[in-house]
Design a protein around this ligand. Structure first.
Ligand code: UDP
Ligand code: MG
Length: 316
């Protein structure tokens, strides 16, 4: 037997009611992982399943000590489950994948090969995606929007199949529904991000947990990119975001009021002109936004005790 080298890989799998696929997924994974020259652990995060998934995981663990099972108190959502997996895993490389057999464990060696070419995060790209048409379309719109808003040229942000270096998962804060933006958040921290094409299979058991239309996610699709821009570009300088916006309103309002003042000096009545109300409204909105920016700065100063060691690439 060839000797295991000192690198460890963690496979992090969030799951919610996936009892149909767990045994097959685990068999395939163990097959692929034992063929690699790495020490491995598989971390299952049971996100509050009520279909008996946890019992299957417990059985799997009995026969394989490299399996770790984390059971959450209730269904917290995929982002929270991933965040917990990221905290608890130990590997130098961390692969995340869905539990529904749509991601193919045979792709893991390709992900490893790509990340070893000097990247920090390699995202899977389901080029030939086996999902319902509506989902393909909504996903395409989502990906084009996010790519243009964040400036990261990926085709498939929402792919659950990714590989990370340890520094990335230990330093990135995933919450809410932000798992779709992990590449954007990593890129903002200076990590090198790329993508690789991965095989994709149709869902065998049950339906997508988000519904096939993905309509439940629609409003989030609109709000989350704004959220990400705030988090990636302005999280450390809120005064710039709110300040610039506020200044625009303030100047516009002041301009309107100045114009009305001149008119008033020329002897016209301005008390009932709609423009006066608009001018005053803009000034108030402007001052409020600017103040919000300053408040934001104070909060960032107080609360931002975050470790920034991972910004360092090398100390020479
Ligand atoms: N998932 C989860 N918690 C949830 C919803 C989903 O852990 O609240 C898991 C799910 O079990 C699967 C992965 O996240 O392993 C992706 O979910 P799904 O396949 O339903 O999403 P889609 O492939 O349709 O984007
Ligand atoms: Mg799926």
């Amino acid at each position: 037997m060839s000797e295991k080298i000192n690198q460890e890989i963690s496979i992090v799998i969030p799951l919610f009611n996936e009892k149909g696929s767990l045994q097959e997924l685990n068999d395939k994974l163990v097959d692929v992982l034992t063929g690699l020259n790495l020490t491995y652990e598989i971390v299952y995060i049971d996100d509050g399943s009520d279909d008996g998934s946890l019992d299957i995981l417990k059985q799997l663990k009995v026969s394989n000590q490299q399996i770790k099972v984390i059971s959450l108190r209730r269904n917290f959502g995929k982002s929270a489950a991933l965040a917990i997996g990221f905290q608890e895993c130990q590997g130098d490389l961390v692969v995340t994948m869905d539990a529904d057999l749509q991601d193919d464990p045979n792709e893991i060696p390709n992900l490893i090969a790509k990340i070893n070419k000097g990247y920090d995060l390699v995202s899977g790209w389901k080029k030939d995606r086996k999902d319902p048409l509506v989902k393909l379309i909504s996903s395409k719109i989502f990906n084009i929007t996010v790519a243009s808003m964040t400036g990261i040229k990926l085709h498939d942000f929402n792919c659950g199949f990714k590989i990370y270096k340890k520094e990335v998962v230990k330093n990135i804060n995933v919450y809410g529904e932000l798992h779709r933006f992990l590449p954007a958040l990593a890129h903002q921290q200076g990590f090198k991000v790329t993508e690789v094409v991965v095989k994709h299979h149709a869902r065998k058991f049950d339906e997508s947990k988000y519904g096939n239309l993905g309509l439940g996610r629609f409003t989030n699709y609109l709000l989350d990119p704004i959220n990400v821009i705030l988090l990636t570009k302005y999280a450390r300088k809120p005064a710039h975001f709110f300040g610039n916006l506020g200044l625009m309103f303030f100047l516009l309002g002041s301009g309107l009021c100045l114009y009305l003042t001149i008119v008033w000096f020329q002897g016209q009545a301005i008390g009932s002109r709609p423009l006066l109300f608009l001018g005053v409204l803009f000034i108030i909105i402007g001052i409020q936004l600017i103040s919000m920016g300053f408040l934001g700065e104070i909060i960032v100063r107080q609360a931002d005790k975050k470790e920034t060691r991972h910004y360092i690439k090398k100390i020479i």
